[in-house]
Design a protein around this ligand. Sequence first.
Ligand SMILES: Cc1cc2nc3c(=O)[nH]c(=O)nc-3n(C[C@H](O)[C@H](O)[C@H](O)COP(=O)(O)OP(=O)(O)OC[C@H]3O[C@@H](n4cnc5c(N)ncnc54)[C@H](O)[C@@H]3O)c2cc1C
Length: 367
Amino acid sequence: MNKNIVIVGSGLTGLRAATLLTAQGITCKVLEARDRVGGRVLSTSVPIKPDLGKFDLGPSWFWPQYESSISELVKELNVGTFVQYTQGAMLFERFPNEAPERHVLPENSNATSMRFKEGVKSLIDALADTLPPGIVELNTKVMSIQQEQAGAVTVEAEEADGKRKIYLADAVILALPPRIVARHIHFSPSLPPDLLFDLINKPTWMAGQAKAVAVYDRPFWRDAGLSGFVSSRIGPLQEIHDASPDTGTGALFGFFGIPAKMRHELGKDNLLKLVKDQFVRLFGPAAENTKAILYKDWAEDSETAVEEDLEPLRDFPKYGTPPKAGIWEKKIIFAGTETSSQFGGHLEGALQSAEQAVFELVNWNNS
Ligand SMILES: Cc1cc2nc3c(=O)[nH]c(=O)nc-3n(C[C@H](O)[C@H](O)[C@H](O)COP(=O)(O)OP(=O)(O)OC[C@H]3O[C@@H](n4cnc5c(N)ncnc54)[C@H](O)[C@@H]3O)c2cc1C
């Protein structure tokens, strides 16, 4: 197949689509707005102390019992993983000014979740390393996609210095959150109204969330028979887990119960003070001695979140393939985790959406 495919976005979806196309000898370019690959996957180390290990500020887990694409990819790329630590009791913070309740959960009450030794970014890096050089263009933000009368498609992108660049494409894989497509990319001619409505109404998974990771010398809570898992009605973190890497360093991470707008008003310093107070309240004075507290608010990241994502989600969103694209049929394909009906929101959904997009694209051209 002698076609030019442009992939918008170098998250797990975009990179996987690129490897699948490349493996079939199909030429593609991946255009990425950020100065890094990975999208919502972000693994970082403590500045000036990289030996402490890698900490995930985006996704942490996959579930091999249910998720076949990611399990196979991890094996194929030989990426190091380990089982999430869950031994011991969990804590439940029900009322302010009362000691947290301690509960021992029944064994095997949850499916085994796996973590990556070097953070989830190690999967992204291993995948990106399989691509020939020059396929991914960073700092290249797609602004508009245009279809000429003869059917030719041009993709216009803005580089970091504000310069515009044009790419010619036979087809475009949109490997980014549907809401970002609807709010940030101009289509000429326009996308059908029912399609646009669907895109706006597909919340980007975790876009309104923030994560804090407290790093310690060692996982001291395990000595007290605690797993590090906490459910809290007090906050600011509503769900906490052990995030220790397998280096011997300790770490706890939590998701916030405070909505995005309130987090913004409180400011990072105040929030992190409240986070530390909560860890001390839960795990005792040893929790005071943090090596660092890492923080990432995804709601403030314009490549992930739009205005609509600032409202907290009430239910798990309904994900799946968007409606027909009208005049854009066989010119654009929607991919990205939010387009996966079975695993929407998860890394597995990103991979399955990439597999589906490439399958469709190859079949258009065979039909
Ligand atoms: C805090 C958090 C915790 C999570 N926890 C888990 C977990 O434990 N397990 C799990 O399975 N999943 C989890 N997820 C979800 C998981 O991260 C996503 O399912 C997955 O990373 C989505 O990949 P994607 O490629 O579809 O989208 P993205 O990663 O969002 O990639 C889209 C890419 O498009 C780029 N882009 C945006 N606009 C433009 C533009 N105009 N031009 C060019 N490029 C553009 C972005 O910069 C980005 O690189 C979590 C997510 C978050 C944020």
